[in-house]
Design a protein around this ligand. Structure first.
Ligand code: ADP
Ligand code: MG
Length: 206
């Protein structure tokens, strides 16, 4: 079972990965955007970490809704509301339980990813974060490490795509040949699930 501690570890591991990869995310965004994705997310997840430490929420659902609210209010840009929606909807879908199963998390994360699609109007293949998130949802039913591998592959597969949503879409054909920054950060979020699982010691989700 996955408790509030697991979800807290997930968010901390994501913050550490975003911090580590911030320069790379910004570099990717400088090729097909406005060079702020790493800075945006670094600020956002630092504020998530601070809020979680201060409020120490006691259920998985509240950990994620709190994290999502922080992202909405601190990240800005396109990705702030989208990541905020992802975590808030996932958290809301988990309800008030103090522990959830990996299957419940997979289902809730699927609802969160669907909400990202609704908010941003993007579909698979549009060269957005969804290209990492959608394959991760499918693979989450198998294991966290399968989800990580699927998200990584999805992010890599954005390179040859033409951007159809967000700032990169303004570039048209010139967006081809670059990896999408949001798909790259989404893969970090998914990889952090596997890290949180290992750090818990029980291997509860995979
Ligand atoms: P901005 O584009 O406002 O500067 P960021 O640089 O923080 O915001 O984030 C850019 C990322 O947001 C893109 O790489 C893409 O993955 C994601 N994104 C942009 N628009 C959408 C959308 N409509 N749906 C899903 N993801 C999107
Ligand atoms: Mg940007």
């Amino acid at each position: 079972m996955l408790d509030a501690d697991f979800f807290h570890r997930w968010m901390i591991a994501t913050a550490a990965a975003v911090d580590r990869e911030a320069d790379r995310l910004t570099e990717l965004d400088s090729a097909i955007g406005d060079a702020d994705h790493g800075t945006n997310l670094k600020r956002g997840f630092a504020s998530v970490t601070a809020a979680l430490e201060k409020e120490a929420p006691q259920t998985p659902g509240v950990v994620l809704t709190l994290a999502g609210r922080q992202l909405v209010s601190t990240v800005g840009g396109a990705s702030g509301p989208l990541y905020g929606t992802l975590l808030r909807r996932t958290g809301k879908s988990l309800g008030e339980a103090s522990e959830v199963t990996a299957a419940q998390l997979a289902e809730a994360f699927g609802a969160g990813v669907a909400a990202v699609g609704q908010l941003g109007g993007a579909q698979a293949g549009d060269k957005t974060m969804l290209d990492a998130l959608l394959p991760a949802v499918d693979a989450l039913g198998v294991s966290f490490s399968a989800a990580r591998d699927a998200a990584d592959a999805g992010a890599l597969a954005t390179v040859p795509l033409l951007a159809r949503k967000g700032r990169a879409s303004y570039l048209g054909e010139r967006s081809i040949g670059h990896q999408d920054p949001g798909a790259t950060s989404a893969a970090l979020l998914v990889a952090a699930l596997a890290e949180a699982d290992t750090a818990g010691g029980e291997g509860s989700g995979s």
